[in-house]
Design a protein around this ligand. Structure first.
Ligand code: CMC
Length: 427
């Protein structure tokens, strides 16, 4: 709380004094909690001006293009850390010592297998199901298998559930893929890194040895780091909202996966690749840019724009470098990358995009990297979900640790006023 106050003058000339809260970084926040006592609510669909909670996990300055996890800049984490260390930082608030990290890693790797019965669950899905539909269902179903970590009021239960989710996500994500192509599931290998193990479960078969390419392993690790958390985005807010009722953690994360699936959120990487394929050659770009600017056309340049970043997304810069590293390693000259680079160039110089501060976001490049690795576009959002699970858990844990209130927004009702009911049905 600060000494600052905001005074609101009401219609009857009475006034309400509201406290102003100050964080360690970012804008001040007007505390409107007492407004209800004066018969008023605030109206803010889409939460464009509303802080829904206090949090110590991630800070974003969208105008400056800054992203910090527990105070550490994302570019430093992406360059000098690894995904599991970032997970530790997000969950615990501090960077781990070597001993703390080893213990954390051992615990994560010891939980990578899923209950064998869950493998049968996969067979209930159509082979051509979207893997996000399967991920959503299987993640929610974990609650039916791990009864010993469902009491959200017990800290130890919350901790076990957090490890289980973090450990099992890559296993389930790879199983979604294997199921869709009709190959046998590949069990996790605990001697590999988190990213390396995921690539192994995606691409190994019982017929021949699969060696993890270190450049691709590093690229996958970076993709995971860059998607690990992003403060109160739609899916994280969904997880908090679901969790605020005391729902079990597996159900909450399944809700997060459902929210992430939307094309305006995590589905954008898949949509970006589809768009680049549709554009297909540099000559077609002007036509698509024209459509994106046309108010009567619902088409948007996927991978451009962000609710918070009104500057270059700092994650996109790292992703762009990683994209080049991967394509060099694989000796690929990707036509889509050429289209992407030209599109980026044109859009960044076009007044429409400049005025609206629409820059490439993290998803603009991630799809090209994943495609080069041989991962089908339907799996892109699944990989995003796998990476973001730690962020969701960190926020869910923080909400429980700090004490929570059930999320219950109010509304501005614009429907009928009271009227008599007469049934038109035959009696
Ligand atoms: N292409 C063309 N015009 C756009 C785009 C775009 N990608 N994004 C925003 N605009 C325009 C929009 O038409 C509006 O113009 P005007 O002021 O003339 O009406 C203006 O920019 C502001 O748009 P908005 O929809 O009010 O902005 P928002 O903050 O609500 O939306 C967004 C953010 C990410 C949903 C939007 O930029 C978008 O749909 N982008 C494409 C999808 C995408 O790449 N999403 C991934 C986000 S990053 C990954 C993640 O965190 O999940």
């Amino acid at each position: 709380m600060t000494d600052k106050k905001v005074t609101l003058t009401l219609q009857n000339n009475a006034s309400v004094e509201l406290d102003v809260m100050q964080g360690t970084l970012g804008q001040d926040v007007v505390d409107v909690r007492t407004l209800g006592n004066h018969g008023l609510f605030t109206f803010d669909p889409g939460f464009t001006s509303t802080a829904s909670c206090e949090s110590k996990i991630t800070f974003i300055d969208g105008d400056e293009g800054i992203l910090l996890h527990r105070g550490f800049p994302i570019s430093e984490l992406a360059t000098h850390s690894n995904y599991l260390e970032v997970c530790y930082i997000l969950l615990n608030g501090e960077a781990p010592t070597q001993a703390q990290f080893e213990e954390f890693r051992t615990t994560v790797t010891r939980h990578t297998m899923i209950h064998e019965q869950i493998t049968r669950l996969f067979h209930g899905f159509r082979r051509d199901s979207h893997p996000m539909a399967v991920m959503c269902g299987v993640t929610g179903a974990l609650a039916a298998f791990y009864h010993d970590s469902l009491d959200v009021n017990i800290e130890r239960h919350r901790e076990i559930a957090a490890f289980r989710l973090l450990s099992k996500m890559p296993t389930m994500a790879a199983m979604c893929y294997k199921y869709s192509i009709g190959q046998p599931f590949v069990y996790p290998r605990n001697d590999l890194s988190y990213a390396g193990n995921f690539l192994h479960m995606m691409f190994a078969t019982p017929c021949e040895e699969y060696k993890v390419n270190p450049v691709l392993e590093r690229a996958m690790d970076r993709i995971l780091i860059l998607h690990a958390d992003h403060e109160q985005n739609a899916s994280t807010s969904t997880v908090r909202t679901a969790g605020s009722s005391g729902a079990n953690p597996f159900a909450c994360i399944a809700a997060g996966i459902a929210s992430l699936w939307g094309p305006a959120h995590g589905g954008a990487n898949e949509a970006t690749l589809r768009m680049l394929e549709e554009i297909s050659t540099v000559e077609h770009i002007p036509e698509f840019v024209k459509r994106a600017k046309d108010k009567n056309d619902s088409f948007r340049l996927m991978g451009f724009g962000h609710r918070v970043y009104k500057n270059y997304d700092p994650r996109a810069t790292v992703m762009r470098d990683t994209c080049h590293e991967v394509l060099n390693e694989l000796g690929m000259k990707d036509d889509l990358l050429e289209v992407a680079m030209e599109l980026e160039h044109i859009a960044l110089n076009d007044p429409y995009f400049i005025e609206r501060k629409l820059y490439p976001n993290v998803d603009f490049y991630s799809g090209i990297i994943l495609k080069a690795m041989g991962i089908p576009s339907s799996m892109f959002t699944v990989i995003f979900a796998m990476a973001r699970t730690v962020g969701w858990i960190a926020h869910w844990k923080e909400m429980h640790d700090e004490g929570m209130k059930i999320a219950r927004p109010r509304q501005l009702y614009t429907g009928y006023t009271e009227r008599p009911f007469t049934s038109a049905l035959k009696k």
